[in-house]
Design a protein around this ligand. Sequence first.
Ligand code: F6P
Length: 508
Amino acid sequence: MTAAQRLTGSLAPHAQRLSSIRIAELIAADPARAGDLSLRVGPLYANFSRQRIDRDALDALLQLADACALPQAFRALFDGERVNVSEDRPALHVALRSALGAGEVARDAQAQAAQAHARMAKLVDDLAASDVTDIVNVGIGGSDLGPRLVADALKDAHSGRFRVHFLTNVDGSDAQHTLRGLDPARTAAILVSKSFGTQETLLNGRILKDWLGGGERLYAVSANVPKAEAFGVAAERVLPMWDWVGGRYSLWSAVGFAIALAIGMPRFEELLAGAAEMDAHALQAPPERNLPILHALSVVWNRNALGLSTHAVLPYDERLALLPAYLQQLVMESLGKSVTPAGQAAGVDTVPVLWGGAGTNSQHSFFQALHQGTQTVPADFIGVVNPDHAYAENHAALLSNLLAQTEALANGHSDGDPQKTYPGNRPSTLLLLDALTPASLGALIALYEHSVYAQSVLWGVNAFDQWGVELGKRIAGELLPAVRGETTEVSDPVTRELLTEISRRRSG
Ligand code: F6P
């Protein structure tokens, strides 16, 4: 039986039964529900009681997890089995922070990770002892989003030794604005690229190399060490990456060099320890008490049983404002697939469109649509219990808004005026961090990583390749001579017309 048949077959009757029952009714009928459908893992608490699900539907989902052998799939991931089938390699990001994987492949990865970690620590010390004040991380996708998210989220934990900047876009204005005000004599650049073949990073890397006046303060992180050295980065300043770590799963490696410079090595290690705690939980907890698995099941339920096509992530902490952008890559690059590793149609709806933004700001922009729009959008609300500031009234307001929104979305309200009617019955999960620390952030990100993996197993797709990004890159390369004006030979008639328009309007 295919994953698709299992999904549609086993969930449909439950969705049908629940179609006329509201979340508020489920909660009223089951007083223990709010507590029972919650779970704590270290500094992270999750409450699923406002999902549109009952205990029978949850049992069906857990049977699905069993049929898909989720615990065994986690064991395979940790042990370094070749779970990335299309590229015939393991996905061992867990080896960057945990020693839970057994067998030679996993052990070897753990040893390589430890070695690179020690080299990175030495470079952090060297830079701290130098007169460098500013660091520019040059990278894109997984070589940017993870370090950028963590450096931004942990701004209260910064050591203050360096200012860290991120240069990403091939749009030259990004380089122009990032470098404005920086002193090349006191700036170091880290070129982060797993492949060292990414157009954006190579172009920006060249800008940085010229701007710095050579390679003396140029660092690199790459799985293609020879290419980084050929670019002009001295061997002792190139930190390794490996083909067994996906870019979007790589912030735990030397890809996190900018994070380590921002917060210092001890706190970087706390970040890894927080992720390791979630790793141990993901690998060892039974599915019915396993947070990543329960999270994945809730996503699958909303996508496949309720047919909801988007998923919002709504952090109620300004420091987590970049989390939705980070998760867009993690989730949508991992799960935006429609064929199985064997090349057959997945036969099931896979990734919902992930989007979101920080609260309370988003309440004053798109929440109107969440409350009264025609589409139901399931959401993850994320809150932080203890702030790192002294504005107690602001924090009370923040938390009360967080709680109010989840309540309003679930319960709705009607006083007879259709304009002021809130249909409610809109599902959400609440995630609460005791405080935003390196450890709790590590646990939160690892939760999402493991949920993504569990979803991929349930849907029968490979979470670790990304062939979908290649076609556009190839066409862009082919069009470059025409954009430069070196040729007018372009096969696509619309692109030809657009190029004519661009060349007509060009001022320079
Ligand atoms: O094009 C997508 C992608 O390959 C991502 O998966 C990756 O994180 C990003 O580009 C950057 O790749 P690299 O680290 O090799 O420069």
